[in-house]
Design a protein around this ligand. Structure first.
Ligand code: 13P
Length: 258
């Protein structure tokens, strides 16, 4: 990554894991390990809604930030089961994952709702982590760039340049999530660079250079250093490995040592 213009962001996405006592235990283990990343690498734990308050309390005064895993786009109303951006802000949340492929695959999330959620999050002062990525079939059909460009354009439609600088893009090839199949560092770099070029066309070069673009998909303690060494890979969105304090810390340290 270009350290002079961007700061690495290592975020755990816990998905549907951990009760509150388990969440507290994991965060208490992570905090001292990653304390040296303060000021160098942004460290985030994105946790289930029920863990947010526990996580905010457990990380108070530390350099670990808390994120949610989804947010609704309306401010309030008859949306059973949903959580608004204002509710997240009130709990003390700073980041929110939006458009994760699991939400797109299993919960009918579309680029239109990802765009609405992103704008609602930004309007409330949250920093969105917007996920994009191609299916294996799409890669095999050689339309990865078309798929990614479409997602970037639609997901960020009508988002101002100043807001896009606060937005993190996570490139997560769907075929690499939870499968143990990691994109090679060159594949990750190729698509992250393509995302940056797409942003430069939509906005301008300076804005594109300011955006943090993460890689996600089976990133772990073994493959993180090579992935993070790439110029356009500015961090990671980590699933399975973020549930183990030592593995998560190894990834954070790889970013610190860039
Ligand atoms: P894994 O690291 O478990 O493959 O998950 C990646 C992911 O989906 C992060 O959002």
């Amino acid at each position: 990554m270009k350290k002079d213009v961007r700061k690495a962001i290592i975020a755990g996405n816990w998905k549907m894991n951990k009760t509150r006592p388990e969440a507290k235990e994991l965060l208490e283990a992570i905090k001292p390990l990653v304390a040296n990343a303060n000021g160098k690498v942004e460290v985030i734990a994105c946790v289930p809604f029920t863990n947010l308050e526990t996580a905010v309390a457990a990380t108070e005064g530390s350099n670990v930030k808390v994120g949610a895993e989804n947010v609704h786009f309306e401010k309030s109303g008859a949306y059973t089961g949903e959580i608004s951006a204002d509710m997240l802000v009130e709990v003390g949340v700073e980041y929110v994952v939006i458009g994760h492929s699991e939400r797109r695959q299993y919960f009918g999330e579309t680029d239109e709702t990802v765009n609405k959620r992103t704008k609602a999050a930004l309007a409330a002062g949250l920093k969105p982590i917007v996920c994009v990525g191609e299916l294996l079939w799409e890669r095999e059909c050689s339309i990865t760039e078309e798929v990614i460009a479409r997602q970037i354009k639609l997901d960020l439609f009508d988002v101002a340049a100043e807001d896009v600088k606060k937005t993190v893009i996570a490139y997560e090839p769907v075929w690499a999530i939870g499968t143990g199949k990691t994109a090679t560092a060159d594949q990750a770099e190729e698509v992250c660079a393509f995302i940056r070029n797409t942003l430069a066309k939509l906005y301008d070069e300076q804005t594109a250079q300011a955006v943090t673009i993460q890689y996600g998909g089976s990133m772990n303690a073994t493959n993180c250093a090579e992935l993070l060494s790439k110029e356009n890979v500015d961090g990671g969105l980590i699933g399975g490995a973020s549930l183990k304090a030592n593995d998560f810390n190894t990834i954070v340290q790889a970013a610190v040592n860039l």
